[in-house]
Design a protein around this ligand. Structure first.
Ligand code: NAD
Ligand code: LMR
Length: 343
């Protein structure tokens, strides 16, 4: 008789939790750029999700060590590493969600748009591979400048006949995470209760936290609104400066990306009432074909843009929204033009 291998308790618990939720999970997630600062931590957090049964880690740098290391965690997901362009197709086969944190991060003194020259090509190449090898997957773009890389991915997918606007997301969850953290601290509110919608885009003052729509309802003075808005808009730059040349936010980004991944998987799994802010193809602001706002996530990605948070804005927010429009539009146009200029 063969000895029966004991199933670790945590793994059993993961299976039970997965079976308890909606359709039961069992999703395959591919992370492109998995050897990087965001990618490695996100891979760990994805490995901890009871909804993930298979985790593909891809990078142009070797991911063998990361995959071997993570595989030892006694959680449900089976981990496989894929290194180099020849293995990109294999990493994408059968993926339900593809998360893209591949690309260079900022150094002090740079804007996110300064990353365009390198990261545009990376996102284009990866989006082409998604179209070819995982055309039905949800795609979460983390790579900056998000305001432009999402339109790039959309154009590439369109060219390949694989574009479903419900399935393409720019991950702006870190702006919400920061807004919730800073507002809870400033107003002395319990962190778990605070929810601040953040709309617009993901760069400088295209990031627009709607403090008038924060839950629980709180009163902010004009000074508090200005101070908190600036703090949320500049939080990424503050991390870049603190890291002093060693990159940008990785841990908080991975946390935020894992929250957005979990929400997307719950949507796929049939959970009702899954809402997150994300940068998606949008009909809310006529001049802006892409816009971040609160969306309902379902079995096919975006079920609806909620839009209600854009009604009844404060005077400050309405002015800030007007001011961000031309900046965000220019970033969107830059991304679209980049793809259209290529063969
Ligand atoms: P990093 O340099 O630590 O890691 C990037 C990884 O991408 C590296 O492992 C690199 O080998 C890999 N890579 C490069 N080209 C690739 C390609 N063609 N295919 C696959 N992998 C490739 O950088 P990081 O700190 O992890 O940041 C990654 C990106 O995420 C940056 O563009 C950064 O600006 C962005 N970011 C976005 C947010 C957000 O809120 N959306 C937050 C933080 C970081
Ligand atoms: C962030 O907001 O932390 C990211 O967009 C990374 C950056 O360059 O600031």
């Amino acid at each position: 008789l063969k000895p029966r291998a004991a199933r670790p308790r945590a793994a059993r618990r993961a299976v039970v939790v997965a079976q308890a939720g909606g359709g039961g999970g069992g999703y395959k997630v591919a992370i492109l750029g998995a050897a990087g600062g965001v990618g490695q931590t996100l891979s760990l957090l994805a490995k901890m999700s009871p909804l993930v049964s298979a985790l593909s880690l891809y990078d142009i740098s070797s991911v063998d060590g990361v995959a071997a290391d993570l595989s030892d965690c006694n959680t449900l997901a089976q981990v496989a590493g894929f290194t180099g362009k020849d293995e990109l197709a294999g990493s994408l086969a059968g993926a339900d969600v593809v998360v893209i944190p591949a690309g260079v991060p900022r150094k002090p003194g740079m804007t996110r748009d300064d990353l365009f020259s390198v990261n545009a090509g990376i996102v284009k190449e990866l989006a082409e591979a998604v179209a070819d090898h995982a055309p039905g997957a949800l795609v979460h773009v983390i790579t900056n400048p998000v305001n432009s890389t999402v339109p790039i991915a959309a154009e590439v997918l369109k060219r390949k006949g694989a574009y479903d606007p419900r399935k393409l997301f720019g991950v702006t969850t870190l702006d919400v995470v920061r807004a919730n953290t800073f507002v809870a601290a400033r107003k002395g509110l319990p962190l778990a209760d605070v929810d601040v919608p953040v709309v617009g885009g993901h760069a400088a003052d295209t990031i627009l936290p709607l403090l008038s729509k924060a839950r629980p309802k709180a009163a902010f003075t004009d000074e508090e609104v200005e101070e908190l808005t600036a703090r949320i808009q500049n939080a990424g730059t503050k991390v870049v400066e603190a890291k002093a040349g060693a990159g940008s936010a990785t841990l908080s980004m991975a946390y935020a990306a894992a929250r957005f991944l979990e929400a997307s998987l719950r949507g796929l799994d049939g959970d009702e009432a899954v809402y997150e802010c994300a940068y998606v193809q949008s009909q809310l602001v006529p001049e802006l074909p892409f816009f971040a706002s609160r969306v309902k996530l379902g079995r096919d990605g975006v079920e609806e843009e909620v839009g209600s948070e854009l009604r009844g804005l404060s005077g400050y927010e309405a002015r800030a929204l007007e001011a961000l429009k031309p900046k965000l539009k220019a970033s969107i146009d830059k991304g679209v033009a980049y793809v259209q200029q290529q063969q």
